[in-house]
Design a protein around this ligand. Sequence first.
Ligand code: COA
Length: 175
Amino acid sequence: MSIEIDILNGDAAWPIAQPLLSAVWGRGAAEKPSWSHVKWAHADLRVLIETPEDGLVCHVGIYFRTITWNGQKAHVGGIGGVCTREDRRGRGYATMAIDAAVHTMRANEAVRFAILFCEPHNVAFYEARKWRAFTGDIYCEQPEGRARFTDLAPYLFDIVRAPTLGIIDLCGLPW
Ligand SMILES: CC(C)(COP(=O)(O)OP(=O)(O)OC[C@H]1O[C@@H](n2cnc3c(N)ncnc32)[C@H](O)[C@@H]1OP(=O)(O)O)[C@@H](O)C(=O)NCCC(=O)NCCS
């Protein structure tokens, strides 16, 4: 079976990604998540995995941002919106798409580390892929102003080196 992995501009690829994201998290989703009030950033790039038989089966959004860690600026990559079509899970698609996202970040020499935010039930998935818990505090922007972000757990991945402690300010909307 052939698969195609594309990395496209985030806004341009939104119409392609949107039906899959809606199926996983939209109104049709089984439960409203606890973080449904959060205003999210839009992905800069999107990894899309498609097969000739099924079309789009997996999506990962990629974000680039200059954040601060303990007040020092650092350029980081983010991933978000990681999802695989429900009936096509367990085939390695998300692993492949995350690898493609990390590869894309590595190609950007300024990126020091990668950040994602996940629900407790997905922690084991990311820990098995060498993402590590960040035990410090995360701040971000929301429409009402700067706020501490506690809705999801931060996990970091070494590109050069990721911190485990301290204060990260995302300097913008979360992803
Ligand atoms: C999590 C998700 C993206 C995985 O997609 P996938 O394409 O099935 O992932 P892969 O095929 O690459 O990896 C599957 C492996 O991860 C494991 N896995 C999947 N979800 C897991 C979880 N929540 N915790 C621990 N392991 C998990 C599977 O058991 C499988 O293990 P195996 O390879 O030993 O059989 C998919 O289940 C999904 O879309 N979930 C809903 C959306 C979501 O929660 N996204 C994460 C947002 S942070």
